[in-house]
Design a protein around this ligand. Structure first.
Ligand code: PEP
Length: 246
């Protein structure tokens, strides 16, 4: 399977900064080496649609409404994202689960809303430090994924999954390749039990991935790519991670 390296810009950027970053990425990316996407704040999707026209770098969004349309002030539907050329959307990022109280069920319905519009949801799962220390990692990620399987069973093979231990996000503390692989293997087994097409579902690792640790993480048998936060904001850092995936 072709590796995927997706950047999550979180709530960062400006018209000028995005233009410079995308320009540097476009110059450094070689077509077909691995699949690359950048997940930008919603106001900049139109800018990316124009900047990335004809580029092999895909456009991603960071969230989507579970609803198709209507009286949901402030929300953005999957159809709206599609209008701006969005190919991927993060759902269930830990910052959404934590700061916006998103439940497993809501995350599953967001994934469904994206799939209905032909956008690939990048479903994020992961345990907190307290849950890891209590030995609950496997149960937590299995529960988070089970909700998505239950709602999206028929088109499960169209999703991308991302394992992002909460304690590793933005902390500089990365899961060891062995720790990450162990959880990826659990997730792979759960997918295999749910669909015969599980082999097609990429499972990305996210959590302080950088140029120094990417190669070892990406060499694990069940790690199919990376979801990169902080290091995706600097073209040189992001391109070094991309190089590890080729
Ligand atoms: C993320 O936000 O998805 C992430 C993995 O962040 P970071 O790489 O900064 O830990």
């Amino acid at each position: 399977m072709k590796k995927r390296i997706f950047g999550n810009w979180k709530m960062n950027g400006s018209l000028a900064a995005n233009a410079a970053l995308v320009d540097a990425l476009a110059q450094g990316v070689h077509v077909g080496a691995c699949e690359i996407a950048v997940c930008a704040p919603a106001p900049y999707l139109a800018q990316l649609q124009s900047l990335l026209d004809g580029s092999s770098i895909a456009i991603g969004a960071q969230d989507v409404s579970a609803h198709a349309d209507g009286a949901f002030t402030g929300e953005i539907s999957a159809a709206m994202l599609r209008d701006f050329g969005v190919r991927y959307v993060l759902v269930g990022h830990s910052e959404r689960r934590q700061y916006h109280a998103e439940s497993d069920e809501l995350v599953a319905r967001k994934a469904q809303a994206a799939l209905v519009c032909g956008i690939t949801p990048v479903v994020c799962v992961g345990e907190t430090l307290a849950q890891r220390e209590a030995g609950e990692t496997e149960a937590v990620v299995r529960r988070q994924l089970a909700a998505v399987v239950q709602v999206n069973g028929h088109c499960l093979s169209e999703i991308v999954l991302a394992y992002e231990p909460v304690w590793a996000i933005g902390t500089g503390r990365t899961a060891t390749p062995e720790q990450a692989q162990a959880v990826h293997a659990v997730l792979r087994a759960q997918l295999l039990a749910a669909t015969t097409s599980a082999g097609r579902i990429p499972i990305l690792y996210g959590g302080s991935m950088n140029a120094a640790n990417a190669a070892e993480l990406l060499a694990q048998p069940d790690i199919d790519g990376g979801l990169v936060g902080g290091a995706s904001l600097k073209a040189a850092d992001f391109l070094r991670i991309v190089a590890c995936a080729q």
